[in-house]
Design a protein around this ligand. Structure first.
Ligand code: PMP
Length: 426
């Protein structure tokens, strides 16, 4: 948002209260008052189709979550030092979404994806006795001191520390046709570079859809070789499922499953409680046993009974309403329609993604090779004028990122497509 723009009283109030940490969308931020399904309503009564928010996966203000949370908070909510069966019911339901062969038998619930990645990284360090991490160039994994070090996109004027190496995400534009092999070679080079610095690799930490890097979901199956390389060097593979998890990619419940790989540790968050703050680490018990024998782990709020109630409601809703299939069908439809638009618009160079996680590359009209971040911002603003909320990703912010609710309807998808064509002048 733009501090030079004249601001409403409510924006000025927020800035007075939160100062430089205020993270607000749009030059002229929106004051929201309510939301339902895929729509949000602002203070002027304007309704916006939410194509950005990867939190209310089953729909804003969902009645099932409202009922589950209110019932539990009116019955019992406490720190996590007591046995409350709904917590174990949730842990078992969540565990059942992971293939048994992975042997990910323990789950630690936390309150944010950052906390989850922080713990996952500490488990990896303990198990491997290494301290090195390999991530992708524009990755974001969270906000703790430890996790910020592996989040290149969050480090504005700070260099990556010596124990972190960032490599390009596995995409054709960086590696050519042999993406999987090229990516594995980069991982190997990163391990060698760490070794030269006297650092052993602890883990390869990857967002399974490379969302901050610009959304690279396909081709499926391109991570195997890189993971083999990291395993050979004694490191672990941590799958960060904060963005793709909970059925969003349509073809799988977890993003890593699309690549047919076996993570050693998985981290979750964002849509997990449909807005109720909750996240988690899914791990092999041996890692947790060794870690807890040493420093232990306690989280006052992580996995409290109300969080468990919210989480259960989300899992049930995804299953009962077959939202994974909805994500697949509507995602394919959106992609197909957007690709047709890309063929006739000189401003769109590529459309890619899986299910309801789609990236659209915006380019200068003179060349598909010239990313256009300025025009991307214009499109975001113009889409707002068409009552659609959307955001951007990628190293230079020139990839539009689509993540609508999983309960999206065909009519809502069409509403988006029409507005998208309109802002491109089609
Ligand atoms: N991992 C990824 C891939 C994320 O996108 C985010 C948040 N954008 C996080 C971790 C951190 O999650 P949180 O904001 O809940 O701490």
């Amino acid at each position: 948002f733009d501090k030079q723009c004249p601001q409403s009283d409510s924006v000025a109030r927020r800035i007075a209260n939160s100062g430089a940490s205020s993270v607000l969308f749009y030059r002229d931020p929106i004051e929201m008052v309510s939301a339902e399904g895929a729509w949000m309503t602002d203070i002027k009564g304007i309704r916006y189709l939410d194509f950005y928010n990867n939190v209310p996966c089953i729909g804003h203000s969902h009645p099932a979550v409202l009922e589950a949370v209110s019932k539990q908070i009116g019955t019992l909510n406490t720190n996590t030092r007591y046995i409350v069966p709904i917590v174990d019911e949730y842990l078992e339901a969540l565990k059942s979404t992971f293939p048994e062969a992975l042997n990910l038998t323990n789950i630690v619930l936390t309150c944010s994806g950052s906390e989850a990645n922080d713990l996952a990284m500490r488990l990896a360090c303990k198990h491997t006795q290494g301290t090195g991490f390999i991530v992708t160039e524009s990755a974001y994994h969270g906000n703790t001191a430890f996790v910020t070090q592996v989040s290149p996109s969050a480090l504005k004027n700070t260099k990556l520390p010596d124990h972190v190496i960032a490599i390009p995400p596995p995409a054709k534009k960086y590696y050519g046709e042999e993406v999987g092999q090229g990516f594995a070679n980069q991982v190997k080079a990163a391990i060698d570079q760490l070794n030269q610095r006297g650092i052993k690799v602890a883990a390869l930490l990857l967002d399974s859809v490379f969302s901050s890097d610009g959304v690279f979901t396909e081709p499926y199956g391109l991570l195997n070789k890189a993971i083999e390389v990291v395993h050979q060097a004694g490191g672990l593979y941590i799958a960060d499922e904060v963005q793709p998890g909970f059925a969003r990619t349509g073809t799988a419940f977890w993003g890593f499953q699309n690549h047919h790989v076996s993570p050693d540790i998985v981290t979750l968050g964002k849509p997990m409680g449909n807005g109720f703050p909750m996240a988690g680490v899914v791990t092999k018990s041996e890692y947790l046993d060794a870690f807890c024998a040493d420093v232990g782990y306690f989280n006052t709020f992580g996995g409290n009974p109300v969080a468990a109630a919210a989480g259960l409601a989300v899992l049930k809703e995804i299953q009962v309403n077959n939202l994974q299939e909805n994500a697949r069908v509507l995602g394919d439809y959106l992609k197909q329609q957007l690709q047709a638009i890309a063929e006739v618009s000189p401003h769109i160079s590529e459309v890619r993604g899986s299910g309801l996680f789609i990236g659209i590359d915006v380019c200068d009209s003179s060349s598909a090779q010239k990313p256009d971040a300025e025009f991307t911002v214009k499109m975001i603003d113009r889409l707002r004028d068409e009552n659609i909320l959307i955001g951007a990703a990628g190293p230079d912010g020139s990839t539009l990122k689509l993540r609508p609710t999983l309960c999206l309807t065909k009519e809502e998808a069409d509403y988006f497509i029409q507005a998208f064509a309109k802002v491109l002048g089609l």
